[in-house]
Write a protein that binds this ligand. Structure first.
Ligand code: LCS
Length: 408
């Protein structure tokens, strides 16, 4: 075997810019000089002696012993994510839902109370509404648009956290993270933010006062529609430990080494991809807004958006997600979706391909109609995850599909 090529010291990425961090953070110098860190496809790690094993088992946070707890491939990803979200620590999970439940069950105990924003991903809604009561955890919810009046009265002595998603899936409603954090902190509660739609390129919730950031890596961070993954990022070392040695280790929702490798590969181009998603989505949102067959378009960076000022304050770009209603409701929406040729009917988001879905019939169908409507999800709403195709081709596809409803 050739000689080791390890170079010291490791690069300090703290003061580097976003695109540099996403490429270099969490990448150790490889012993054989491989540019890309290898995939540690191993379930376990050997020890030189029983004494060494005892030492390694002393603290899993600082050692590799078994891949349900720590693995170098997982750790490279965690370091990259912590760096771009401005957090000290990160725990990767097998999916976004793994990360959401991992974070929530690490933070909450029987007898606790948590406050959730109304508009959010249906999986999170179901955990909060259907599962927490099994464990004696109480919840309340509030409308993001009425944050100023509706959040404060919900706090109780046992309120441990406020859970936000911004922009929300699929209504695109934003939450003023800075304001919510100030209110929550004045009651001694922590703030958790699902930052999947915004991505760390557009928003860094920890900089706005949030305590915990959650991602589905399945979406923009993976970026290519070929993995499932999730992550929790925080500056609270004790909380990160509770996630790693608690919910990850014991519930076992562990990201596989190969998946972690693919997530790292996706992450290296996150900035340039999201910049393009932002541009494409804004162009398409503007087209939709100008088309008389469209009733309403929800996109953070449209000047007509009632939360435009907040979007500008909190986001670098509006992101790649749009939702809109075709005049004529559910049936007109179905006609449009079924007539699209380039855009694909599928759930999920953040991929290179443009995907469309009808939330009430697909991603949010498990949520009762009244709850859906309270969260602003109309039956006809179409959600579009704008891909990296040329936006003019997507607009042409939308035009020919809208012509099937009513030619102009
Ligand atoms: N957070 C948000 C905002 C999401 O949209 C999703 C999934 C998750 C968390 C969960 O992540 P996962 O476990 O799937 O990695 N959203 C989906 C959607 O809108 N369609 O399919 C999945």
């Amino acid at each position: 075997m050739k000689a080791f090529k390890l170079k010291e010291p490791e690069l300090n990425v703290d003061n580097l810019k976003f695109n540099t961090k996403q490429v270099h953070a969490g990448e150790p110098r490889d012993q054989y000089g491989a540019l890309i860190p290898p995939i540690y496809q191993t379930s376990t790690f050997y020890f030189d002696s029983t004494d060494a094993a005892v030492a390694e088992f002393g603290d899993f946070m600082d050692s590799f012993a078994y891949s349900r707890i720590t693995n170098p491939s997982q750790e490279y990803l965690e370091e990259k994510l912590a760096a771009i979200e401005h957090g000290r620590g990160c725990v990767a999970y097998a999916s976004g839902m793994g990360a959401i439940t991992g974070a929530l069950f690490a933070a909450l105990r029987q007898g606790d109370h948590a406050i959730f924003v109304k508009a959010k991903y249906s999986g999170t809604e179901e955990v909060a509404e259907d599962w927490f009561s099994r464990f004696g955890i109480e919840i309340d919810s509030f409308s993001a648009e009425r944050l100023d009046t509706d959040l404060e009265p919900l706090f109780r002595k046992n309120t441990k956290l406020v859970y936000l998603e911004s922009p929300a899936n699929p209504t695109m409603v934003l939450v003023d993270i800075e304001k919510a954090a100030k209110i929550a902190h004045s009651h001694g509660a922590k703030v958790f933010v699902d930052n999947t739609f915004a991505t760390p390129y557009n928003t860094n919730p920890l900089d706005l006062g949030a305590d915990v950031v959650i991602h589905s890596l399945t979406k923009y961070i993976g970026g290519h529609g070929d993995i499932l993954g999730g992550a929790v990022i925080s500056n609270d070392d004790d909380f990160i430990r509770e996630c790693k040695l608690g919910t990850l280790m014991h519930f076992g929702s562990v990201i596989a080494p190969f998946t972690a490798f693919l997530a790292c590969r996706g992450l290296k181009t996150l900035g340039i991809r999201v910049k393009q998603h932002n541009e494409n989505a804004l162009k398409i949102a503007r087209f939709l807004e100008s088309d008389p067959r469209i009733e309403i378009v929800r996109y953070p960076f449209l000047e007509s958006n009632p939360q435009y000022e907040l979007a500008k304050k909190q986001m670098k770009g509006g992101g790649g997600m749009i939702s809109f209603d075709v005049a004529g409701g559910l049936e007109a929406g179905k006609t449009v979706i079924n007539s699209l040729k380039l855009c694909t009917l599928a759930v999920s988001l953040g991929d290179t391909e443009t995907l469309v879905e009808q939330a009430a019939a697909m991603t949010h169908t498990m949520i009762p109609k009244e709850t859906r409507e309270a969260a602003g999800i109309t039956d006809g709403m179409i959600r579009m995850s704008v891909g990296l195709e040329d936006p003019d081709d997507i607009i042409a596809d939308l035009k020919q599909a809208l012509d099937k409803v009513r030619p102009l």
